[in-house]
Ligand binder design. Structure first.
Ligand code: HEC
Length: 121
């Protein structure tokens, strides 16, 4: 699932929406992660995210999914590849002063979107 097309700053927008959804307590959250993040907070922070990122790099056509458990609560988590689907992705990320990678090409895996859905007890 490629991330959606050109917008003003999709990365920023998605991150803010992610926080918003999380705050509302709807039991669903998502965030963007990458091995080459503009924002250092967007590195993979746990085993699922690290393994998911590694897996979708070689198999970007399907998500990496797992059911995880925190305390007694189970979560369905899916890591989808975020592809450089437009020149806009490249233009902004390759030129961004905080980007550790400057040679993204069209259709490269730039990172991933992690979706987490609460399944209940
Ligand atoms: C106008 C500039 C801009 C464009 C266009 C853009 N991004 Fe980003 N992207 C950013 C910024 C800035 C961040 C960091 C947001 C934050 O602070 O969390 C980001 C974050 C990300 C992340 C999370 C890892 C990181 O770098 O922090 C991914 C993955 C990502 N973008 C993919 C894409 C994809 C795929 C596209 C094209 C569909 C795209 N971006 C288009 C500016 C852009």
């Amino acid at each position: 699932m490629p991330l959606s097309g050109p917008r003003t700053a999709p990365g920023t927008t998605w991150m803010e929406s992610g926080r918003h959804v999380g705050k509302k307590g709807l039991g669903m959250q998502y965030r963007l992660i990458s091995l080459w993040p503009i924002n250092k907070r967007n590195v993979g922070t746990n085993a699922l995210e690290s393994i998911g990122l590694g897996t979708i790099l070689t198999q970007p056509d399907r998500p990496y999914t797992r059911v995880t458990k925190v305390g007694n609560t189970r979560y369905f988590e899916a890591v989808y590849a975020g592809l450089a689907v437009t020149q806009a992705c490249l233009g902004c990320h390759n030129a961004h002063p905080d980007s550790p990678k400057r040679d993204f090409k069209l259709n490269d895996v730039m990172g991933a979107i992690v979706i987490s859905i609460q399944l209940g007890q």
